[in-house]
Design a protein around this ligand. Sequence first.
Ligand code: ACO
Length: 427
Amino acid sequence: MTQKTITLTDNTSGKSTDFDVLEGTHGPGCIAIKNLYKDTGYFTYDPGYGMTGSCKSSITFINGEEGILLHRGYPIDQLAEKSSYLEMCYLLLNGELPTDTEASDFNSTIKTHTMVHENIRDFINGFRYDAHPMAMLVGTVGALSSFYHDSLDINNPEHREISAHRLIAKLPTIASYCYKHHRGLPFMYPDNDLDYVQNFLHMMFAVPAQDYVQSPVAAKALEVMLILHADHEQNASTSTVRLAGSSGANPFASIAAGIASLWGPAHGGANEAVINMLENIEQSGETIATTIARAKDKDDPFRLMGFGHRVYKNFDPRAKIIAKLCHELLDDLDGDQPLFDLALELEQATLNDEYFQERRLYPNVDFYSGIILRALNIPMNMFTVMFAMARTVGWISHWMEMHNDPEFRIGRPRQIYTGPAKRDYPS
Ligand code: ACO
C-alpha cells in the first residue's frame, strides 16, 4: 500500500512539502508534522491541543461522533456489565484480559500493597481538619515518592510495575484516610479478606467500634463507577501525567500532577458542581427554563455542569450506563430520587433546545455520577477523590506505555510570542 501524504503549499514562497498521514486501528488519520519546522520554517498553533495527537497509544479508543469508548478493544458497556474493576486494571496495564491464574496472582499482588507506611498516617494527620480531601490526596500521593525508594528507578521495568501496583493498591487506603481525617474519625486498616471495592467501603465507613455491614448493591454500584472512570485516553489529567512523566519524574510525582489537573471543575470537579447546580435549582426556586437560559447567556459565565465534552459530540456512553444504573439501583440504595428526576427533566429540556442541539452538547459521565455517589453516602467533597482513585490505573498505564515507547521524548509545546519586540534595557 502506498503511503498516504498531504501536501502543504506556502503561498508566499510557492514551496510545497509532503507530510505522511499516519493511520491507527480506528479513527481519522494524523498528519505527521515532526519535521514541519525543519521543512517549512513553521510551527502549528492549536490552543487546547484539540487537533494534536501527542502519542501513539493502544490503551483506549474514543469515537466522539458516535459515542464509542473501547478499552484495549472491548466496548465500555460490555466491561461495565461483565468485568470487575481489578480485571479492568489488569487489562489496561497489560493489554489482555487475565487468565484465571493471572487474575488470582494479580489480586494477591494488589492485596500485598494495600497498607501504607505508618508515617503516611502521621503525614495526613498533619493537614488542617478542614482541608479539602483533594488537597490531601494530591499532597499525599506526591509524598509517596519519599517512602518507596525501592521502586523509583523509572528505567527499570520491574520498578515501574511495582510502583503501578502500589498506586492501584494504596489509593483506596489513602482516599479513605483523607475522608476520615476530614471527619475526625479513626483510620481503618485495610482488610485483605475483602475484595477491592468492599475493602474501600470498609475503610471509608467502618469504625473500630462498629464494623461496616457490606451491601452487595452498594458494592456493585461502586464497582461499575470505578470501571467507567478507569481511563479515557489523552484527557487533561492523563496528558498532564504524560507531560510530567516525560521529564523523567517518578511515578508518584507524575500521578500527583494528574490529580492536580483532575481537580478543576472543567474536568473531575464537574460531578460535585452538578449536584450543587441541581440542589440550587431545587432550593432557589430557579426553574429549569431559567437555568438553561443562564447557560445560554454569553454575558453569564454559568455553564450547565455535566454537559458538553471536548471529544463526545454525541451521548457520552458512560453517561448512558450511569443513568441506567440510577434507574436500577437508586431505590435499593435509598438515593435521592427527586434529584435524579430533576436531572432527567433537565436532560430532556436540553435535548429539545436548539442551543444544545447546534453545539452538540449532551450529558457527560459526571452528569449522573454524583447522584450515585451521593446514594453511596460519599460526601460531595470526596467525589473527585473517587474519580482520582478510579483513574489512577489509567494514568499509570499511560505512564508505563510512554516509558516503553521508542519515540518517547520530553514533552515541550511551542508558542506564538506576542510580547514586546526586542528592546534595550534603559541606560
Ligand atoms: N453549558 C453551556 N454552554 C456550553 C457548555 C455547557 N456545559 N459546554 C460548552 N458550551 C458552549 C460554549 O459556550 C461554546 O459556545 P459558542 O460556540 O457559542 O462559543 C460551545 O458550547 C463549545 O464549547 P467549548 O468551551 O469550546 O468546548 P470545549 O470542548 O472547550 O469544552 C467542556 C468542553 C470543558 C467539557 C465544556 O463543555 C464544559 O465546560 N462543560 C461543563 C463542565 C463539565 O461538565 N465538565 C466535565 C467534562 S467530562 C470529564 O472531565 C469527565
